[in-house]
Design a protein around this ligand. Structure first.
Ligand SMILES: *[C@@H]1O[C@H](CO)[C@@H](O)[C@H](O)[C@H]1NC(C)=O
Ligand SMILES: *[C@@H]1O[C@H](CO)[C@@H](O)[C@H](O)[C@H]1NC(C)=O
Ligand SMILES: *[C@@H]1O[C@H](CO)[C@@H](O)[C@H](O)[C@H]1NC(C)=O
Ligand SMILES: *[C@@H]1O[C@H](CO)[C@@H](O)[C@H](O)[C@H]1NC(C)=O
Ligand SMILES: *[C@@H]1O[C@H](CO)[C@@H](O)[C@H](O)[C@H]1NC(C)=O
Ligand SMILES: *[C@@H]1O[C@H](CO)[C@@H](O)[C@H](O)[C@H]1NC(C)=O
Ligand SMILES: *[C@@H]1O[C@H](CO)[C@@H](O)[C@H](O)[C@H]1NC(C)=O
Ligand SMILES: *[C@@H]1O[C@H](CO)[C@@H](O)[C@H](O)[C@H]1NC(C)=O
Ligand SMILES: *[C@@H]1O[C@H](CO)[C@@H](O)[C@H](O)[C@H]1NC(C)=O
Length: 340
């Protein structure tokens, strides 16, 4: 019976309180109090803004609480553990909410008599946009595939319940992760780990991890913060040409450049040995000035996964007398140089 009264009278009072005489309103207040005080709070107390979503440490926000009930014993704000002065007979009260306390709570309260009051909470979400640190660890190389462990550290994110970490492989979203912690309001660190196998055919693959604070439907979304890494499969050096042995012909006294190109990841380091002598050359080509005799050169391309050797036979043909003569002088000079 009582409940029926409540539901009947609640509606007109919420719709058009200004059309009702103050005395009538007071009666209605009493009726509400008897059924459910909280429903009065939700319908009769309004906060502006309805909620606060702000960056921690920003300037304090002015909040305003209004009521349509003129006849009450006081209206006030309780922010954290402190209460504002109470306004009697006023239909609104404004107050400052500081943004420098992660645990801040704000409630607008209305007193109906000395001992009875109800309140409406103003939701306050303080956030800290995180930093994102990406790291890559090579786990293993198995044949043509390389296993990587990609890690994205989300540093100082608050509140962690609103952050989503998304992984993209070459711009395509492949995984998202969120964290099951609805209670921590202060900044925390979280990590998201992605294990991937990269094949040689894939060449260079770009991975991006993105952290975004998204407060839900009809609420703001902060710009995502991301980090990108490129990874590729590792493999031992291979020669670009099929043959592991080559023949090169040259005229005596000419300058020759031998070349040896290999592919490998990481890039190979080269080493040249001609007729048993280390040429102290570590690039893909070897310069031999004024060649004066057959030589056999071996080029070895090496990385941590292995090496490959190419052998080049250099055939030097003597030229005419004049050339022979000059090259002979050069030979002698070379020998003198060697002696020094
Ligand atoms: C205050 O109001 C409540 C609810 O209407 C009532 O139960 C209580 O007796 C009142 N107290 C005083 C002191 O009037
Ligand atoms: C609070 O709301 C009242 C009533 O709507 C308005 O008159 C007053 O200017 C507002 N105060 C602030 C600080 O917004
Ligand atoms: C409210 O809490 C702060 C610390 O959070 C404390 O310094 C202050 O004394 C408290 N005030 C009251 C009125 O309890
Ligand atoms: C916030 O509240 C949590 C638990 O509710 C407490 O552990 C933490 O110390 C509080 N932080 C501050 C700054 O008051
Ligand atoms: C998060 O990591 C940063 C940087 O490593 C550190 O300074 C901070 O104390 C960490 N925070 C927590 C809650 O562990
Ligand atoms: C990567 O390859 C290894 C070995 O073949 C396999 O055990 C693992 O499940 C693969 N991981 C992924 C993410 O495909
Ligand atoms: C190749 O040799 C040069 C000079 O001798 C040296 O500076 C360079 O670091 C070497 N490169 C590699 C990849 O070993
Ligand atoms: C090349 O690889 C073989 C094994 O395949 C190893 O025995 C040799 O020492 C390596 N040579 C160099 C120069 O690294
Ligand atoms: C150099 O090589 C050519 C061709 O293989 C050969 O005919 C010639 O006898 C060689 N010369 C010497 C000095 O061994």
């Amino acid at each position: 019976m009582l409940l029926k009264h409540c539901s009947i009278h609640l509606i007109p009072s919420a719709c058009c309180p200004s059309m009702l005489p103050v005395r009538m309103l007071s009666i209605l207040i009493l009726l509400f109090s008897l059924c459910n005080a909280d429903s009065i709070c939700t319908t009769e107390l309004k906060t502006d803004p309805p909620e606060i979503i702000a960056e921690y440490g920003g300037i304090p926000v002015i909040v305003n609480c209004t009521t349509r009930l003129g006849d009450h014993y006081g209206l006030y704000w309780r922010v954290g553990n402190e209460s504002s002065d109470t306004e009697d007979e006023e239909m609104f009260i404004s107050h400052l909410v500081p943004l420098s306390d992660w645990n801040v709570t704000a409630e607008c309260k209305i007193k109906f008599n000395e001992s009875y009051e109800c309140s409406k909470e103003l939701k306050v979400i303080l956030f800290n946009n995180p930093e994102v640190v990406h790291s890559v660890q090579l786990v293993n190389v198995i044949g043509e595939e390389t296993q990587y462990r990609l890690q994205c550290d989300i540093i100082n994110v608050a509140p962690v319940q609103y952050v989503t970490v998304s992984w993209y492989k070459n711009s395509e979203k492949i995984q998202t992760e969120s964290f099951n912690d609805a209670t921590t309001k202060t900044p925390v660190n979280e990590s998201s780990i992605l294990r991937v196998n990269i094949s040689r055919e894939e060449n260079v693959v770009e991975f991006r991890c993105e952290a975004q604070l998204d407060f839900g439907p009809h609420r703001p979304k902060l710009p995502a913060i991301s980090q990108t890494h490129r990874v590729s499969a590792h493999y031992a050096p291979e020669l670009k040409t099929q043959n592991s042995a080559d023949d090169t012909y040259a005229l005596e006294g000419t300058d020759i450049i031998l070349s040896c190109e290999a592919v490998g990841n990481p890039l190979p380091v080269y080493n040249w040995i001609c007729d048993g002598k280390n040429m102290l050359e570590n690039t893909t080509s070897l310069s031999l000035p004024r060649v004066n005799g057959n030589k056999t050169c071996a080029c070895t391309a090496t990385n941590y996964l292995g090496n490959i050797t190419k052998t080049i036979h250099l055939h030097v043909e003597p030229t005419g007398i004049y050339s022979y003569f000059t090259s002979k002088i050069v030979d002698d000079l070379d020998e003198t140089a060697d002696l020094c």
